[in-house]
Ligand binder design. Structure first.
Ligand SMILES: Nc1ncnc2c1ncn2[C@@H]1O[C@H](COP(=O)(O)OP(=O)(O)OP(=O)(O)O)[C@@H](O)[C@H]1O
Length: 301
């Protein structure tokens, strides 16, 4: 019998620092446990975990009146915004505006003091654990890529595939042709077809970022949250990343936090400017760049 790879074993047994990894127990079991932990009058809680994402109103994300305080300081202050299904939204704002805290609320890492956060019409994000939110279809990419350096690009995608199997089985079991096709499609999407057999640790910085996006895509997310995705990329890599995001929009919804205005200009139709934990302005990049309040607090500095 083939010995288990120590890198994979460590990954499987670690206390799940990757929020996109599906829960160890089945979603049904997780939902049942969550329901059991709730007051018995609240029967809707479990349904929101297993329920299909409801996009009937064309909105993938609703944040309404979200407030988060740290020791009395309001990192988010009555934040209200919506993102349409299939939209590619850029979020900009000066340091400390609350962009990361907003992502943390959406992914369940931080609980708001008040306000509501819904994924589609029915999934109440303020009541789910991080792994349940990931399982419901929200994928987050942090600035620093978390890939398996000693595995090939192909294996990294294989390991990330959405499946109820345990990791070891996923890596060593024979892939079905449908699974191979999915990996091949993702490799093409992230422009790494020619590097499929390369060790991931040997990729360029930009390629590592694309690989991590590919790993997220293998989880079949409906909403992708991307934190400063082009930081440290060359101009050519930045351009290719813009093409990738534009190709994903429509079939996916994307929320991109980025300081690189040239990149934002290339990809954004609608930009939200955060300031002091609230929405300061929203519209096309040209609109917000010409807004005197934005010029005063951000772009004019
Ligand atoms: N855990 C925490 N404890 C105390 N204060 C915090 C905590 N997390 C964030 N803050 C504060 O909340 C405010 C918003 O921070 P946040 O990281 O969300 O801003 P940001 O817009 O992402 O900034 P940047 O562009 O620098 O990443 C900042 O003033 C920050 O210092």
């Amino acid at each position: 019998m083939k010995r288990e790879d120590p890198e994979v074993a460590h990954w499987r047994d670690a206390p799940r620092p990757w929020p996109w990894w599906p829960p160890a127990r089945s979603p049904e079991a997780a939902a049942a446990a969550a329901v059991a932990a709730q007051p018995s009058s609240d029967a809707s809680f479990g349904r929101s975990v297993d329920g299909e994402l409801d996009l009937t109103k064309g909105v993938v994300l609703y944040l309404d009146g979200i407030t988060v305080s740290f020791d009395g300081f309001r990192a988010l202050n009555n934040l209200t915004l919506t993102v349409d299904a299939g939209e590619l939204r850029c979020i900009i704002g000066p340091n400390g505006a609350g962009k990361t805290t907003m992502m943390d609320v959406i992914t369940g890492k931080t609980r708001p003091d008040s306000g509501t956060a819904f994924f589609g019409q029915t999934i109440d994000l303020t009541r789910l654990a991080e792994n349940q939110i990931a399982h419901a279809g929200i994928g987050r990419k942090f600035q620093k890529p978390t890939i398996f350096a000693h595995h090939t690009v192909f294996e990294n995608l294989e390991l990330s595939m959405k499946a109820d199997k345990r990791v070891r089985k996923t890596l060593f079991a024979k892939l079905s042709s449908a699974e191979r096709d999915r990996i091949a499609m993702t490799l093409a999407q992230i422009r790494l077809t020619d590097s499929a057999d390369r060790q991931a640790g040997l990729l360029s910085h930009g390629q590592k970022q694309w690989l991590e996006i590919g790993m997220l895509l293998m989880q079949e997310p409906k909403l992708l949250l991307l934190d400063e995705p082009v930081a440290g990329m060359s101009d050519d890599e930045t351009e290719r990343t813009a093409e990738l995001f534009l190709s994903l929009a429509g079939t996916h919804s994307l929320v991109v936090v980025e300081h690189d205005m040239k990149f934002v200009e290339t990809i954004a139709k609608k930009v939200t400017v955060l300031h002091e934990g609230s929405v300061l302005a929203e519209g096309s990049l040209a609109d917000v760049q010409n807004d005197p309040r934005v010029i005063e607090v951000y772009l004019g500095r």
